[in-house]
Design a protein. Structure first.
Length: 94
C-alpha cells in the first residue's frame, strides 16, 4: 500500500505562539505542506513571513475574518485592507 502524504489545508499558524517551531514540528511529523490563513493584520504579516521562511511548504492565504470586521474600527480595517493589497503579489491565495 502506498504511503499517504498529509497536507493541512486550513491552519491559522499566524496566531500560534512560536510558530516557526510549531511549523518545523508539523513537518517533522510528516505534514508535507500547509495553507495558513491570516485573519487580521498581525496574523497576515506572520503568515506571509512563514511562507517566505518555508517556500513551497507553507502557502500564505491573506484575508480578514468576517466576525472581526464587525468589531474593528474602520481605520484598522482600512489599514488591513491596504496592507493586503500592497502585499498581494507575495500571497499564494486570498
Amino acid at each position: 500500500m502506498a504511503s499517504l502524504e498529509w497536507w493541512d489545508f486550513h491552519v491559522h499558524a499566524g496566531e500560534w505562539k512560536d510558530s516557526l517551531k510549531r511549523v518545523r514540528e508539523a513537518f517533522a511529523k510528516g505534514i508535507i505542506g500547509m495553507c495558513s490563513n491570516g485573519v487580521d493584520l498581525e496574523s497576515n504579516e506572520q503568515v506571509l513571513g512563514l511562507s517566505q521562511s518555508f517556500p513551497r511548504l507553507v502557502f500564505a492565504g491573506m484575508g480578514m475574518h468576517p466576525k472581526n470586521l464587525l468589531e474593528w474600527p474602520l481605520e484598522y480595517e482600512e489599514k488591513c485592507r491596504n496592507w493586503i493589497q500592497d502585499h498581494a503579489p507575495e500571497a499564494d491565495f486570498f
